[in-house]
Design a protein around this ligand. Sequence first.
Ligand code: SF4
Length: 418
Amino acid sequence: MARYHIETYGCTSNRGESRQIESALRDAGHYRVDGPEQADVAILNTCTVVEKTERNMLRRAKELESETADLIVTGCMALAQGEEFRDEAVDAQILHWDDVPTAVTNGECPTPGPGVEPVLDGVVGILPIARGCMSDCSYCITKQATGKIESPSVEENVEKARALVHAGAKELRITGQDTGVYGWDEGERKLHRLLDRICTEIDGEFRVRVGMANPKGVHGIREELAEVFARHDELYDFLHAPVQSGSDDVLGDMRRQHQVSEYLEVVEAFDDALDYWTLSTDFIVGFPTETDEDHAQSMALLRETRPEKINVTRFSKRPGTDAAEIKGLGGQTKKDRSKAMSELKMDVVGDAYAAMVGETKPDCLVVEEGTGDSVKCRDSAYRQIIVRNATEHGLEPGDFVDLEVTGQNTVYAFGTPV
Ligand code: SF4
């Protein structure tokens, strides 16, 4: 759980992006503080309209950099002119709006509020299936608040899912610190059984997105889980399995409980079962014990598995954790490794979205309104497709639509109804 400070500049659409960032941060258990000095991380949501604004943004980024532990720069100027911040040697992560919440999370699992009560937000139903995890990662502060996993029964979660769908949810988001260990406290991992029953027993047209599942928990049920994904169209073919490092030595120091080979076996099981799916993973760059060779192994793993969604987090210490006691790497080393991996990430993800151009994606779900007159849609593999001129196409959240992919912008695609 991090304390964050956020500043937003520019138009109403940029303020809307900040609201979405804050909503995701709140859902993940982070909280806002007054001023960058009290914050673990400051977020600068930038605007770029005229030259004077750009100078102001650069000046403000430098001020924030000196006032807070970590700085994230997002928004229009970050996306269009991110190199200006680098040229001015601003020590910040330059990110797309959608990537900010994960970067703030610093490699820890999300904390879905104080309990496991479902929430309906537009056409999105958020269903926390359990609270807590089975791990004890050395860098994690979330664990101190959430403790060991306690899993409600499958029946209870199916009923909550049914209530969300009946209340209007078209996208069910299955969340938890670690969805892959759901049921482990009762002696049996049963995420696959829960998903099967949700898809089989609940009437209605809806999609299900499964939230973060650590490789260790998924590994023991990888074949059963991949088979359930292949059998049900309701499930987005999307797996978020954060590997965090390509080095078993670093994974050991992180106390992650999985090894690289187990992560690879999970990916292999999904590759065998599904033709078109999205692998999402996370890397922590610059963990205190990470050597050059360890970093090279992480880069090699990213090249080998080519995930379509990648979160790169530059390690920062959370007070009270064991990792905070280890002498850290120099800031420049962390910065260089983070830059190298972020550039590789953009190549890998950009290739995945470029390969979609010209294809038709059936039954995409319109999930929410975007900026201007656009809507954000998700295809069967949870890839994001933006449709502009939504009013003209008569599209609104909750609709299903076949889309032809007409272009891409590295981390999302553009489409038009067919
Ligand atoms: S799995 Fe690790 S990072 Fe996630 S909540 Fe548990 S201890 Fe923290």
